[in-house]
Design a binder for this molecule. Structure first.
Ligand code: NAD
Length: 483
């Protein structure tokens, strides 16, 4: 069978797909070889506003669609994604670089996320509160959709992150303008098409790409937009938070992390090593909840350093479409320069690079799996999210010390630990400051579970029952009788 081709990029504005726009165009690259896949049209300010206008006009009909019917439509979109998963995963790998098997898992999980949110639409319960004064017949607390939403998603999970935002917003009865990353528009286009084919009114679902600051400032300033939801860096999240705060618009944000892993003296070493290698280098480390700081008990430290380094060096790097590939390229060239900067700075500050540390000499944006020991707290890589295939390694002596180090950063998204002791597991679960703590595993991102960060890692949650609630407003209605 012939491999599917990369789609012609287009924007969905005011109920139709357009392949030309006033903001010019930019190339979508294949990170496995640097080649141009296609040209992406970029929306100018008028087209961005037109998308928000359309979302405003499309909202009432979608808002007033009965919850049961909305659920059915959104579930049909998930089913369409499953049926088209081969083609969507292929597009995803071409534009983002991750191995095809990872891309297929991502598409399947994205459909499950959409399904779960669709079901939750039927359970947007309110409550009846007993009145405290005479003459009041009923007091009810309801949840209603917040209104047209501006959604911003990055390039590391081109299916999963749009699925989280579109699934929840549409299931809740909101209309949407989504801006996927300009590096990875093809996967989002395919998902938008699944929702449209399933029966979401075309005006209620818009997709634009463009100059990111222009898109976000135009959408958030637009009077129709009631809420923004952003996934990306802390720096950009803060900027969008300010734009929303100035207009008192609702805002949720998932802003990355710097996840610690505490490997206790009683950990099952082979198990912890295998799980850690797989989690660290999944998607070349471009995962917000990726394990980064490995604090290993001193009794295991040297064995860990030797075996983890050997495992990292043995990984097969290559294009995501090659079935043998275990780790693909970084998603774009800027990341290569960032990785080199982190490594050079750590070296300058006395760290030891146990393996990797440099770009791989082949076409595309490949960076070698890297393990760095003894990077001081002042090193950039200890303070900023590397968002790439870099693991840090440090010994610890007491659990108090490990917990204090785990909690030392302003990031608090994912955190992990390995122990066979139930009491230690409970203590770590309670004392580590993070939105999600995984003990003896890394699978903290599940459709049924709320995903979100503490501290600078974000505001609010996606997925789980909480995911839908962030796209609603609370309203109280009291009905009295004339006395
Ligand atoms: P970046 O901050 O320029 O871009 C990240 C994403 O934000 C992209 O999708 C981009 O289009 C979007 N963006 C940038 N400026 C924006 C704006 N003003 N308004 C709206 N959207 C905007 O950085 P990058 O080089 O692409 O990625 C680097 C950093 O981004 C990483 O170090 C990581 O911290 C963060 N990141 C986080 C996640 C996550 O899942 N939390 C995902 C991707 C990137």
């Amino acid at each position: 069978m012939q491999a599917p081709r990369y789609p012609q990029p287009a924007l969905h504005i005011d109920g139709r797909w357009v392949t030309r726009a006033s903001g010019g165009e930019r190339a979508v690259l294949n990170p496995a070889d640097g080649g141009v896949l296609a040209m992406l049209p970029l929306a100018g300010a008028d087209e961005i506003r037109a998308a928000a206008d359309a979302a405003a006009r499309g909202w009432p009909a979608w808002r007033d669609t009965l919850a049961n019917e909305r659920c059915n439509i959104v579930r049909r979109a998930a089913e369409a994604m499953r049926q088209r998963s081969e083609a969507i995963a292929h597009t995803l790998t071409l534009e983002q670089g991750k191995p095809l098997a990872e891309a297929k898992r991502e598409v399947g999980l994205s459909a499950d996320i959409i399904d779960f949110q669709a079901e939750e639409a039927k359970r947007l319960y309110g409550r009846i509160v007993p009145p405290r004064v005479a003459g009041i017949l009923s007091q009810s607390v309801l949840r209603q959709p917040v209104g047209p939403v501006a959604a911003f998603t990055p390039w590391n999970f081109p299916a999963n992150l749009p699925a989280r935002k579109l699934g929840s917003a549409l299931a809740a009865g909101c209309s949407v303008v989504i801006k996927p990353a300009e590096e990875t528009p093809g996967t989002c286009m395919a998902i938008v098409q699944c929702f449209l084919d399933a029966g979401v009114p075309p005006l209620a679902l818009n997709m634009v790409c463009g100059d990111p600051p222009l898109v976000s400032s135009t959408l958030i300033a637009h009077e129709a937009i009631r809420k923004a939801s952003f996934t990306g860096s802390v720096a950009v999240g803060k900027q969008l938070g300010v734009l929303c705060a100035e207009r008192v618009k609702r805002f949720t944000a998932e802003l990355g992390g710097h996840a610690p892993v505490i490997v206790c003296a009683d950990a099952d070493l082979p198990f912890a090593l295998k799980a850690s290698l797989a989690a660290k280098f999944r998607n070349a480390g471009q995962v917000c909840a990726s394990p980064i700081r490995f604090y290993v008990h001193r009794s295991l430290h040297d064995a860990w350093a030797e075996q983890f380094t050997r495992g990292a060096q043995a990984l097969r790097l290559g294009p995501g479409l090659d079935a043998q590939t275990q780790m693909g390229p970084l998603a774009h060239e800027r990341r290569l320069h960032e990785m080199a900067r982190f490594v050079a700075d750590a070296r300058d500050q006395g760290a030891r690079v146990l393996c990797g540390g440099e770009r791989v000499a082949r076409p595309g944006f490949f960076f070698a799996p890297t393990v760095i020991a003894q990077a001081p707290p002042s090193a950039l890589v200890q303070r900023l999210e590397p968002f790439g295939p870099i693991a840090l390694l440090e010994p610890f002596d007491t659990l108090d010390e490990a917990i204090a180090k785990a909690n030392a950063l302003p990031y608090a998204l994912g955190a992990y630990a390995f122990t066979r002791d139930l009491q230690t597991a409970h203590r770590l679960g309670h004392e580590i400051e993070a939105g999600m703590v995984g003990i003896n595993h890394f699978g903290v991102s599940q459709p049924e579970m709320p995903f979100g960060g503490w501290k600078e890692s974000g505001i609010g949650h996606e997925m789980g029952a909480e995911g839908l609630l962030h796209y609603t407003e609370i309203k109280t209605i009291t009905v009295g009788v004339p006395q």
